[in-house]
Design a protein around this ligand. Structure first.
Ligand code: ADP
Ligand code: FRU
Length: 302
């Protein structure tokens, strides 16, 4: 096993079935698509892709259903150089989460219809089997299992108390979907908290700046809140209230915004894990996410 410390991304891997249409269709109409393809998706798995492309020893950790999509997902992770050996597989009665994605050729917008019928999330006892010594950073996609994620973050806090200096683990969490239960439980146990525009708006913040400032009471002392805001770039605020902002770096043509947020998160984690400043991290995040918007796939960032 390589002695290089890994960045672990915990959350969803799914199949994205993407149809590219000239423009977003009307209900009950019939169209010929410009392009159709399958792609590995899921926030944590996309973030792992970006990290792997940037040369990081990236690992994805999540649940996967046994079935014909399993090999597609595992092979794709292997092609990217993403480790997935610790993933938990579920058999009979479980199916792979799938997203039907409509990408508009006109605007690059992505409309996601996600289906996750039965696949359980990673449990605390699964997580406790990992050897935390292998990791420099662990990123959690906040999903339906925030109580369990909180326990996992507490395990990392305990581990860090006795780990030697070079062995401690930094953590980040992503709060993306507003309606997920108990998200607040994970916000104050992590070093970096990524919130989405959708999450911020649901809490009545109408700018990235007000969102990162307004979320400070929910995070732990010394931690940092980061918020990407689509075409308005991104902002971050450190615990002492200092504000950092980056504008966007738009491509010549916006082709496909699918995974822009995951690309932003992965690039920020890349920079911070290397010890760069938060200003450098959000600027790199906007640069790489902007480049992704000009491309069909995350893979094309290579
Ligand atoms: P999500 O994919 O979660 O909806 P956002 O829309 O907030 O994510 O986008 C994440 C980042 O991607 C933004 O901070 C920005 O830097 C970049 N981005 C998104 N849309 C565009 C765009 N149309 N042009 C340039 N950059 C963009
Ligand atoms: C993009 C994405 C897709 C996936 C969906 C799940 O951010 O991760 O790859 O289908 O979101 O919500």
């Amino acid at each position: 096993m390589s002695s290089r410390k890994r960045v672990l991304c915990i959350g969803l891997v799914c199949v994205d079935m993407i149809s590219v249409v000239p423009e977003f269709p009307e209900e009950d109409s019939d169209h010929q698509v410009k392009d159709y393809y399958w792609q590995r998706g899921g926030n944590a798995s996309n973030t792992a892709s970006v990290l792997a492309l940037m040369g990081v020893a990236a690992e994805f950790y999540g649940t996967i259903a046994k079935g014909h999509e399993l090999h597609f997902l595992q092979n794709d992770m292997e092609e990217f150089g993403i480790l997935s050996e610790n993933c938990v597989t579920y058999g009979k009665g479980h199916s792979t989460p799938v997203s039907i994605v409509i990408v508009s050729g006109k605007t690059g917008s992505r409309t996601i219809l996600h289906s996750n019928k039965s696949l359980p999330e990673i449990r605390v006892d699964d997580f406790q089997k990992l050897d935390l010594k292998h990791y420099s950073w662990i990123h959690f996609e906040g999903r339906q299992n925030c109580e369990a994620i909180q326990q996992m973050l507490l395990c990392i806090e305990e581990y860090n108390k006795t780990a030697s200096k070079g062995d401690t683990v930094l953590t980040s969490v992503e709060a993306e979907k507003p309606r997920r239960p108990k998200t607040d439980l994970i916000l104050n146990h992590s070093d970096y908290v990524f919130i989405s525009k959708e999450f911020a708006r649901d809490r009545n913040f109408d700018t990235k700046e007000s969102a990162v400032k307004g979320m400070l009471p929910y995070i732990r002392p010394g931690a940092t809140v980061i918020c990407a805001w689509g075409e308005d770039g991104a902002a971050a605020s450190t615990g002492d209230g200092e504000l950092f902002v980056s504008h966007t770096f738009p491509p010549v043509l916006v082709v496909d915004t699918l995974g822009a947020g995951d690309t932003f998160n992965g690039s920020c984690i890349y920079a911070l894990n290397k010890g760069h400043s938060i200003q450098k991290a959000i600027t790199l995040g906007c640069k790489v996410a902007g480049a992704k918007c000009g491309l069909k796939c995350i893979k094309d960032l290579k």
